[in-house]
Ligand binder design. Structure first.
Ligand code: AMP
Length: 283
């Protein structure tokens, strides 16, 4: 497994694979890997000749006062996990390799980035789309892999790739969870035992709503209240948002459409912001 830190070398190595006719899959991550990331890696390995995993804690997607500085990092552990999986290349650039002094270009998908997480984290998706397009331009993968845990991110990236004619197929994988139901996240490491216990209201509330939909409920207001009620049973949790939107345009809906709905929520447990969702339809 090769570790590449420079854009110049990544581009050159990519060119060699192109000359050989090898298919390339890219898995963008911020590192501190867990089984959610590794599922994306497995999927890429099964579908491509070569798998590139990028590890980059992208400063432009963190807002003022967010956790950029304390975001967990452990390259040697990540390297070992990726090597075991059979990854070919880890792209691990320094921040100034991708954002040198004088850097000035950003990508913005209008209309999809101002709701849900975009409303609570202004500028977040502008940072995400910018880094993802940069990585797609550097690695030129035939396929790139994202998790449905960040459903809004996936919707926005698909739109960007389509609008800007990027020649990469976007693949999504289901949310991977721990045994207690909490969606895997590098940020779970911030949680104390009590905070983690409180946070379980999030997957539980969403699961209750999912079951209620299965039983026939279609009123978004009723479902939203059900989730909020479940969350309020953990008094230390702060709700950031609970929203039910159309999956394609991320617009608030009153009725559930079984083929086009995203039920998404974000909470704070202690100082940790956690997100989770479920989707009805195809992302
Ligand atoms: P991150 O390192 O948090 O930026 O995540 C990198 C990729 O892994 C993103 O596409 C995430 O959506 C995906 N991912 C993170 N957590 C999970 C999870 N629990 N299940 C599935 N995919 C995930």
């Amino acid at each position: 497994m090769k570790i590449i830190a420079s854009v110049e070398e990544m581009t050159r190595v990519r060119g060699q694979y192109r000359d050989k006719g090898s298919s390339v899959g890219l898995v963008p991550t911020m590192g501190y890997l867990h089984d959610g990331h590794l599922k994306l890696v497995e999927r890429s390995i099964s579908e491509n000749d070569v798998t590139v995993v990028s590890i980059f804690v992208n400063p432009t997607q963190f807002g003022e006062g967010e956790d950029f500085d304390r975001y967990p990092r452990d390259l040697s552990r990540d390297r070992r996990l990726l090597e075991e999986k059979g990854v070919d290349i880890v792209f691990y650039p320094e921040a100034d390799e991708l954002y040198p002094p004088g850097y000035a270009s950003y990508v913005e998908v209008e209309s999809l980035g101002g709701v849900l997480c975009g409303a609570s984290r202004p500028g977040h998706f502008r940072g995400v789309t910018t880094i993802v397009l940069k990585l797609l331009n550097i690695v030129r993968p035939g396929r790139a892999y994202f998790g449905r845990k960040d459903a809004q991110q996936s919707v926005i990236i698909k739109k960007m790739v389509s609008d800007l004619h990027v020649d990469t197929q976007i693949r999504n994988i289901p949310i991977q969870r721990d045994g207690d139901g909490l969606a895997l996240s590098s940020r779970n490491t911030y949680l104390s035992v009590e905070e983690r216990d409180d946070a379980l209201g999030l997957p539980r509330g969403l699961e209750l709503a999912r079951r209620r939909i299965e039983a026939g409920e279609r009123d978004a207001g009723v479902l939203k209240r059900l989730i909020l009620e479940q969350l309020s049973s953990s008094p230390r949790i702060r709700v950031d948002y609970v929203e039910i939107v159309s999956l394609d345009r991320l617009q608030l809906v009153e009725r559930i459409d079984l083929s086009n709905t995203l039920v998404a929520a974000a909470i704070w447990s202690g100082k940790t912001r956690l997100i989770d969702n479920f989707i009805l339809g195809e992302l």
